[in-house]
Design a protein around this ligand. Structure first.
Ligand code: MN
Ligand code: MN
Length: 463
């Protein structure tokens, strides 16, 4: 081997060279972790199911409902569920007056049923939907769907509905137009190829044999729902029913190094931060896992990060721990990570990225100073001091990481909960795996990045 020149050695020192993280990772560990993740994803497709599973995991690990706790000391584990759609979890640290908080979101883009969804047309029972979050609507046709959610009978009985995720269960589908007759459709602009009002799903086909009934298929559909759940047509106006892809998480590629699954934005961060929290033993500062809803529609609403739910939890925490500390002070003392995914370099659409400022699948957890769009609007732009603190943590723990921007300037943009966390005066930045096909029914991540995100969240909680 020839000896490296002085300049070559200097180049090695002063140039940035982000390599694949696969070479340095224990691949067996990475693949094992991915199996647990896929299992969690299979059962956590909606915000309610996800929260149910988070609570299951927390309770099993000894977390107690904060509303039942009279006091809390170092090492105690507490949780608070907000309407079954958001969760806060805490492990009380040696220093109770500072939080290390990781916040992720449990909701993903999907199709919700309209208040009056059921109708009959052309021999089919159908239901009308209203899409939730930023979707390319054409993704949702010809995609087998499962139905999940909660309804109430007029008498007030809560009904949980879950159909289509198990292999032997029927699914639902929105039939696309055949190419033979799609001449006009194909001339529409891409965002109108499938329009909102065309997202009507097939839910039945059997007519009741009774000439006196005009809508015979609608009759059978509503009769089924009435016999099985005690529901009547009006109950849909009260219900929260959501359609999500019926497919289960799967490995991708000959080497199985990638994962494709619905809802990885942002349940990949939910799972990795939850696992990191579980492995946190008596942290220095109190470790907080925050799992919120409604991010995909701007974090608005009483279970979203733009509401005061975090502040309410902070009041619960301060009083349970018996702290003589203003909640505002607690927030200003605290460090936060908005754990969310970002766009990875897509080899088919490279022109939307600035290659030297893009995140790449397989190069580790992506730590982002800011998101937003149009000149850094609608984001939190982390300060250099906090970025330096996080870099120190990553380097000390030898965690593979990268940084980037979502895409080229002025091509678009996207927000996270970082802007809502930072307004409390907490230190904050974004960090999570990069992803391909974000907001599609089948998003793709690298197992290496899923694992790197988990390692980072673990190091952050440990601090
Ligand atoms: Mn997200
Ligand atoms: Mn999203």
């Amino acid at each position: 081997m020839t000896k490296k020149s002085k300049n070559e050695l200097l180049q090695k020192k002063i140039f940035l060279d982000k390599k694949t993280s696969w070479h340095d990772l224990n691949q067996k560990e990475v693949f094992k972790f991915a199996e647990g993740y896929k299992n969690f994803m299979k059962e956590s497709k909606t915000e309610r199911l996800c929260v149910e599973n988070i609570l299951k995991v927390l309770k099993k690990a000894g977390f107690k409902d904060i509303s039942q706790a009279k006091e809390a000391k170092t090492g105690d584990k507490l949780y608070k569920s907000v309407r079954g759609k958001a969760v806060f979890a805490a492990i009380v640290g040696k220093n109770k007056e500072q939080w290390q908080l990781i916040g992720s979101h449990v909701d993903s883009p999907r199709l919700d049923l309209k208040p009056h969804p059921v109708y009959e047309d052309s021999g089919f029972g159908l239901m009308k939907t209203h899409y939730y979050g930023g979707v390319k609507k054409y993704h949702w046709v010809n995609t087998p769907l499962a139905l999940h959610g909660v309804a109430f009978t007029k008498a007030g009985k809560q009904i949980k509905i879950s159909i289509g995720d198990k292999e032997n269960e029927p699914k639902f589908i929105i039939p696309d137009l055949l190419p033979h007759l799609a001449k006009n459709q194909m001339e529409r602009k891409a965002n109108k190829i499938v329009e909102g009002e065309e997202l009507n799903i097939l839910v039945g086909h059997l007519p009741v044999k009774d000439e006196k009934i005009k809508e015979q298929v609608k009759f059978t559909v509503l009769k089924y729902l009435n016999e099985k759940y005690g529901l009547i047509e009006e109950d849909f106006a009260i219900a929260e029913l959501e359609l999500v892809p019926a497919s289960n998480p799967m490995d991708i590629g000959f080497d199985s190094a990638l994962i494709a699954a619905y809802g990885q934005d942002d349940k990949v961060c939910v799972y990795t931060s939850l696992m990191a929290l579980l492995e946190t033993k008596t942290p220095n500062n109190t470790a907080i896992g925050m799992f919120v809803d409604k991010e995909e529609i701007g974090s608005m609403g009483d279970t979203g990060a733009a509401s005061f739910v975090l502040q309410n939890f902070a009041y619960d925490y301060v009083s349970t721990c018996g702290l003589k500390l203003d909640v505002s002070r607690l927030f200003e003392n605290s460090n936060a990570v908005s754990a969310d995914v970002t766009a990875g370099m897509n080899p088919n659409y490279k022109d939307v990225h600035d290659p030297s400022n893009a995140s790449y699948l397989g190069k580790g957890v992506s730590v982002e100073k800011y998101g937003g769009g149009g000149g850094k609007y609608s984001t939190h732009d982390a300060h250099a001091e906090y970025m330096q603190y996080i870099r120190g943590l990553l380097d000390k723990n030898k965690i593979s990481w990268q940084t980037g921007e979502l895409g080229k300037i002025d091509l678009g943009g996207g927000g996270t909960i970082a802007m809502f966390l930072s307004r409390y005066g907490m230190n904050c930045l974004d960090a999570g795996p990069s992803i391909l096909g974000m907001h599609s029914p089948c998003e793709v991540t690298s197992k290496a990045d899923v694992y790197s995100a988990y390692l980072f969240y673990k190091a952050f909680f440990k601090n």
